[in-house]
Design a protein around this ligand. Sequence first.
Ligand SMILES: [Zn+2]
Length: 74
Amino acid sequence: MRPMLLVTGRAGGGSGGMQRFTCADVEPGCHRVFRADGVHALWAVVAAHLRDVHRRESSPQLAAALQRAVRDAA
Ligand SMILES: [Zn+2]
């Protein structure tokens, strides 16, 4: 199964560019890497993954950890 992790195909969208999140940065041992065009799109898939797989509810601490873990994937 392939969830919609890749949002590609638009050049120069101006929405922040491709962003990357490595789940192991907040959940050691997880091998998932997410990419999306812009932080908001990335946020959506990452939040769902953290909730469904790691049973993490969103919290200020989690949000801060995510923010530190998101990288430019360009
Ligand atoms: Zn994970």
